[in-house]
Design a protein around this ligand. Structure first.
Ligand SMILES: NCc1[nH]cc(CCC(=O)O)c1CC(=O)O
Length: 323
């Protein structure tokens, strides 16, 4: 009996090829941390398979001087990883969910790995404790229209200016004195061991997070024989329902268009609560909505919140942004 089992194992090891899974990733420090994190989890769960990383420098990473929206939006970070999968150079990709656009190839499946890291925005400064403590005219750096809108609305005396580059670049620009403070996602700072740079966390009431902020996305070839089942084990259903509810708002309102928009869902037991806003970059107009629904109704919840925003006149704001 024992011998029989041993020979079974030998057949698995020497005759069946061990499946090779290639994971595409951007090469920023944060992207590599995230991809390695997933690689380690999968290697632990599926020791007979081999997981390797394919690092890629995307167009979005190469463009540092113009604003992202001017050159095709944040989808640039993801598009080239998707192409690598479609062309057979990789089987799956790890993304920050925040960077995954709404329009995606139908040959690829998107799942959300859990648990979600802190979804809040972080206030980072060497001399000041929080936004309220900044003197009039202080320069605050952010790359996001969502953050810009919310800061200008509450603190019209601050000077909000664009800030591009990966996390290390942004922190360097702060340290060089080009900004009195910058706003970054807490999740990225924590993942890179830079939590001590966070002077204070901004309450979600004051800065509603971006769709998907703090969550990791796993995208893979739909026709792969085993990846769907394997990745299922990394998915946290509550986190996924939250993020998909948030993405539904974005899909209904903005598509892949870059507008000041935030959507953030939280699960309490089986109930999801989804808050969202749209506004103009100047922060002079903000429309908000909040609804709850059972976890399984995440899509209807996203639709409902989007409808609420549209009923309140969101289309005007969105058209002005597109113009
Ligand atoms: N837009 C870039 C980006 N994409 C994901 C994160 C942080 C990690 C996350 O939100 O999951 C960041 C940096 C930031 O916004 O400060």
């Amino acid at each position: 009996m024992l011998e029989f089992h041993i020979s079974d194992a030998l057949i698995v090891f020497f005759i069946m090829p061990s499946p090779e899974i290639i994971i595409a990733t951007r090469e920023s420090r944060l992207a590599l941390w995230q991809a390695e994190h997933i690689q380690q989890q999968m290697a632990g769960l599926y020791p007979l398979a081999h997981f390797s990383l394919l690092g890629m420098t995307t167009t979005g990473d190469q463009i540092l001087d113009r604003t992202l929206s001017a050159v095709g939006g944040k989808g640039l970070f993801v598009k080239e990883l998707e192409l690598a999968m479609l062309e057979g150079r990789a089987h799956m990709a790890v993304h920050s969910m925040k960077d995954v656009p709404m329009n995606r190839p139908s040959e690829l499946v998107l799942r959300v790995a859990g648990p979600r890291e802190d979804p809040r925005d972080a206030f980072v400064s060497n001399n000041h404790e929080n936004l309220a403590a900044l003197p009039a005219g202080a320069i605050v750096g952010t790359a996001s229209l969502r953050r810009e809108c919310q800061i200008r609305a509450r603190f019209p005396h601050l000077d909000v200016r664009p800030l591009r580059g990966n996390l290390d670049t942004r922190l360097r620009k702060l340290d060089q004195g080009q900004y009195q403070a910058i706003i970054l996602a807490a999740a990225g700072l924590r993942r890179l061991g830079l939590a001590d740079r966070i002077r204070s966390l901004i309450d979600t009431e004051d800065s509603l997070p971006a769709v998907g902020q703090g969550a990791l996305g796993l995208e893979f070839l739909a026709n792969h024989p085993t990846l769907g089942n394997w990745i299922d084990a990394l998915v946290d259903p509550a986190t996924e329902a939250c993020v998909f509810a948030e993405r539904t708002v974005s899909c209904r309102l903005a598509g892949s268009c870059d507008v000041p928009l935030g959507a953030f869902a939280e699960a309490e037991g089986e109930i999801l609560t989804l808050r969202a806003f749209v506004g103009n970059p100047a922060g002079t107009r903000i429309i908000r909505a909040c609804q709850s629904a059972p976890l399984s109704q995440y899509k209807a919840l996203g639709d409902g919140v989007a409808m609420d925003l549209l009923d309140q006149g969101a289309a005007d704001i969105l058209n002005a942004c597109r113009a």
